[in-house]
Design a protein around this ligand. Structure first.
Ligand code: HMG
Ligand code: MG
Length: 299
């Protein structure tokens, strides 16, 4: 329907950049975030307050947040793995955080160095503080449609972790197809199971495009009533602890589809294409979106 709103959470500056081998200059990261906000995006995941030993690219998290001119009405969530990360984030005025658990034990070990249960206990310390301080807290569940180490993941795992994260005070849960192995079939089946107990308003989807299924998977989620999706400008991205996880769904491709479906995203596609071209050149690669390839050559 023409008036329906759809929320895009732009994750390029975080999920997109975290896997880049060459360290991107802090000023370029800040410019990227500000340019994305200039396109009308109201939720731009800015960085992560994880251990720089684990993800060196995000080691300038505090500087990024300090140098950024934050706009009213725009959310700049950051990943927070533990109390140490929360302290560092709070010190630079962060108001929106995201915690990130997994539906797969092996992935949890590789990504946050502990079991799912241990990670939930650790995240609960973060959310206890966060709730007291009135922060907006988002929860991620990784590997919801498959794991690079364990393969197929039962939807009961996803439901369990999603429910725990909501109980802790997360306002929204983003379901991550971390390695992009899902299809509209497996996405629909997962949501059929999950939405019997979890309200659809609490659910977002985060699809990687490894197998070219990301856009179709988002459409499958839309058909189940989901109205929030994560994407990354120019299709940047990957995950350092998920080999083969290529880019996220490209924001340009998502916006193009949503425009065609009559959703209101508030995003200026022309401006977004310019940012896509700019960041691709900065990282010395081709634009990773189909829409970018189709339209940028006409400019
Ligand atoms: P650990 O090594 O088990 O923990 O890491 P530790 O507490 O022993 O800490 C080790 C060292 O790191 C210590 O320093 C800590 O002080 C330091 P040392 O004493 O050796 O000098 N440290 C920190 N420094 C700064 N900020 C912090 C912090 N914490 C500890 N917050 C830990 C455990 C969770 C910290 C680590 O495993 C980690 O940082 N993991 C993050 C990995 C990551 O960022 N992965 C990518 C994001 S998730 C993702 O991409 C999926 C998603 O996109 C959704 C999807 O696609 O599915 C969200
Ligand atoms: Mg991701």
């Amino acid at each position: 329907p023409a008036s329906s709103r759809f929320t895009i959470v732009e994750v390029g500056p975080r999920d997109g950049l975290q896997n880049e081998k060459t360290i991107v200059a802090t000023g370029d990261k800040v410019a990227l975030i500000e340019k994305l906000v200039g396109c009308g995006l109201k939720n731009v995941e800015a960085t992560s307050f994880v251990s720089p030993k684990w993800v060196p690219q995000m080691g300038d998290n505090s500087q990024v947040m300090q140098q950024l001119s934050r706009k009213n009405g725009v959310h700049y969530p950051v990943l927070v793995p533990n109390i140490e990360g929360l302290k560092n984030a709070l010190a630079v005025g962060v108001t929106d955080i995201a915690i990130f658990a997994a539906a797969s034990e092996q992935f949890s070990k590789k990504n946050v160095n502990c079991t799912i249960e241990e990670s939930l206990k650790r995240f609960e310390k973060v959310t206890n503080e966060g709730v007291k301080l009135g922060l907006n807290i988002r929860g991620y569940v990784s590997c919801v449609l498959g794991c690079p180490y364990e393969g197929k993941i039962p939807s009961s795992n996803v439901i369990k972790v999603t429910t725990r994260l909501l109980e802790m005070g997360c306002s929204e849960i983003s379901l991550g197809d971390t390695i992009g192995v899902g299809t509209p079939g497996s996405m629909s089946r997962l949501l059929d199971d999950l939405l019997t107990t979890v309200p659809v308003e609490k659910i977002a989807v985060h699809c990687h495009d490894t197998y070219g299924q990301a856009l179709a998977n988002v459409l499958a989620a839309i058909e189940k009533g989901v109205r929030t999706a994560d994407s990354s400008v120019a299709g940047l991205g990957g995950c350092p602890y998920a080999r083969g996880a290529s880019g996220n769904l490209a924001t340009e491709d998502l916006v193009y589809m949503l425009n065609g479906l009559g959703f209101n995203t508030g995003v200026d596609l022309d401006k977004l294409l310019e940012v896509s071209a700019w960041v691709s050149q900065l990282l010395n690669r081709e634009v990773g979106s189909k829409v970018g390839r189709a339209l940028l050559c006409k400019k």
